[in-house]
Design a protein around this ligand. Structure first.
Ligand code: AMP
Length: 372
């Protein structure tokens, strides 16, 4: 039989891991990255692009590039709220009320599961190349709040990708497995997951290998991207003030601004100030214009207080629903790249005053748990 892998099929990024000699390892993709953007697109030549290559054309070719697909998986059209529909590509209902994604460049319509299958396919292909043998099966993680239809659709995506989905596992359970909590007696764990586009908090009771999700809450419209956007606006507003040009209206410029902003945000998790340099970002009456500036962590934090506020309420509601007080929590597990931001970690500490578990990379902890 072929190998089995663990897949964290994330809203923004996906990760594949495998157990080798009893230890979980993240497998790098063909481009060398340990996380693969959950983005699928078609190039001008109708070539299928998955991962980083698709992500690179996100702003340049917004109608042919599909991100955040996870919010459509297993959902009927009439179950979607308006905010779910705020994606740059077209989403429509077919005559059976199912969600369909038309792609202008291929002149075809896709089911969300079909596009997600391309992501799974890439992860599995890259894993097969790394392992030197075929991968035939996977354990795939989903948010704790996914209903049966969403879980089934995730299985279907696996089947369309040509693999057998051995188990669907809750993401917070996977994160807890990565820390070996299944081996402890009774533990109450808070899993705080801030990904690129979504925020989830789950409270788990783990006893003798049995995982019980006591409560779960979150905000499906809040993630690391919102923090990037604050930097995009900060840069674009100041540029507009100086040169009377709105860079957000120029797709090429916006793509570069978005990428530079995310990079700056990530760097500010490690340093107190970071340079942002975007030469030839626009052309004014006197020739080319550039962005050459510095962003301090404190300035960045000053741009985001309302985003932090939006992290508070879901945690409080989840605690209330579980019937636990912050003092009852034994461990806090941080998941998702967004939890690397010092301001986010600080906030978590004010809510539950213990040191969070951080020894496993927060971007990889769910895939590691799935491999386990
Ligand atoms: P995930 O979906 O868990 O891969 O999380 C992706 C989000 O984490 C993106 O918004 C990334 O920009 C963000 N992220 C990754 N690394 C860092 C970092 N060092 N500091 C802040 N955010 C980060």
């Amino acid at each position: 039989m072929g190998r089995i892998v663990g897949i964290d099929l994330g809203t923004t990024n996906s990760v594949v891991a495998v157990l080798e000699a009893g230890r979980p390892h993240v497998i790098a993709n063909a481009e060398g990255g340990r996380t693969t953007p959950s983005v699928v697109g078609y190039s001008k030549d109708q070539e299928l692009l998955v991962g980083q290559l698709a992500r690179r054309q996100l702003v340049l070719s917004p109608r042919n590039t599909f991100s955040n697909l996870k919010r459509f998986v297993g959902r009927d059209w009439d179950e979607l709220d308006d905010s779910s529909l705020s994606v740059p590509y077209t989403v429509r209902a077919n005559d059976r009320g199912q969600v369909r994604v038309p792609c202008p460049v291929t002149e075809r319509e896709y089911a969300p599961e079909e596009l997600v299958a391309s992501i799974i396919r890439k992860l599995v292909d890259d894993a097969s190349t790394y392992l030197g043998e075929t991968v035939e099966a996977a354990v795939v993680t989903v948010p704790a709040y996914f209903n049966d239809a969403q879980r089934q659709a995730t299985r279907d995506a696996g089947r369309l990708a040509g693999i057998s989905v051995e188990r669907i596992l809750n993401e917070p359970t996977a994160a807890a497995l990565a820390y070996g909590f299944d081996r402890s007696a009774v533990r109450r764990v808070l899993v705080f997951d801030l990904g690129g586009g979504t925020f989830d908090v789950s409270l788990l009771r783990i006893a003798n290998g049995v995982f019980d999700v006591k409560s779960t809450n979150g905000d499906t419209q809040l993630g690391g991207n919102d923090f990037d956007q604050r930097i995009v606006d900060w840069l674009a507003d100041s540029f507009q003030k100086e040169h009377s040009i709105d860079l957000r209206r120029d797709r090429q410029a916006l793509q570069r601004l978005t990428e530079a902003s995310e990079k700056a945000k990530q760097e500010l998790s490690g340093v107190l100030s970071t340079p942002i340099s975007l030469p030839f970002i626009a052309t004014g009456p006197e020739g080319p214009l550039h962005i050459e500036t510095n962003l301090d962590r404190s300035t960045f934090e000053g741009l985001c207080p309302d985003l932090l506020d939006r992290l508070l309420n879901p945690v409080q509601v989840a605690l209330r629903d579980s019937g636990w007080a912050p003092d009852d929590i034994d461990d806090v597990v941080l998941v998702g790249g967004g939890t690397r931001m010092p301001m986010v970690q600080q906030l978590v500490r004010t809510l539950v005053p213990i040191d969070p578990c951080q020894s496993v990379n927060p971007d990889e902890v769910v895939a590691i748990g799935a491999a386990v």
